[in-house]
Design a protein around this ligand. Structure first.
Ligand code: HEM
Length: 181
């Protein structure tokens, strides 16, 4: 099952430290986050976001090799901090052909090259929402796990990506930070 549900509510392994709107509307406050593998959030969540893992769209052979060589798995015991960053891109982005999106993503914004500098400190999983049959409020649910000593580095990474040309196409972004309990 490649579908994951992120439910903000009263229960879950992750304590929500803060929810900040970066661009556009925020998400309702909630004390905890529960991640379920599958489409349904149990019970009375304040909000539930769903996405699906998928094939890669942009990485080339060399980048793939570089990523696979250093990227850590999720669930490392020391990686007690996490970020859930749901992102929507504009219709202008989605109207572009694949080659132009790739050029903005990497040749102009160095998304992968920048990200690689923060590996293996940061583990990640990308979920696509547009591949679901239902209308979803975001296009991507990005999930990251890192250790307490890498909090500052993670902030730097996020700031670098947000100042890149790729982010001029982001029309909604919420930043949810969590700690594993
Ligand atoms: C930890 C270091 C990071 C690495 C190594 C990394 C790497 C990647 C790669 C390889 C892809 C493309 C996958 C594909 O080919 O389809 C991707 C996509 C994406 N990443 Fe990152 N990333 C990192 C951090 C981040 C952060 C911090 C954010 C959010 C603030 C982010 C947001 C996204 C989004 C939204 C996409 C989807 C873009 C699209 O398909 O239009 N990434 N990332």
């Amino acid at each position: 099952m490649r579908t994951f549900s992120f439910a903000g509510g009263e229960t879950g392994e992750w304590r929500i430290e803060r929810i900040a709107a970066v661009t556009g509307e925020s998400l309702p406050a909630a004390p905890r986050l529960r991640i379920l593998q599958g489409p349904d959030a149990a019970g009375t969540a304040a909000w539930c976001l769903r996405g699906i893992t998928s094939n890669e769209r942009y990485v080339n052979r060399g980048e793939k090799g570089a990523l696979v060589a250093v990227q850590p798995a999720l669930g490392r015991p020391e990686a007690r901090h996490a970020a859930l960053i749901p992102i929507r891109k504009s219709s202008a982005w989605w109207a572009l052909p694949q080659d132009e999106r790739r050029a903005i993503f990497e040749e102009q914004s160095s998304h992968i090259a920048t990200g690689l500098e923060y590996l293996p400190a940061v583990a990640r999983r990308l979920h696509h929402c547009r591949d679901l049959a239902t209308d979803e409020p975001f296009d991507f649910l990005t999930w990251f796990e890192y250790a307490p000593q890498d909090v500052t580095a993670f902030e730097k990474l996020v700031a670098r990506l947000r100042s890149s040309p790729e982010w001029s196409f982001v029309d909604r972004e919420v930043d949810v930070r969590l700690i594993r309990t």
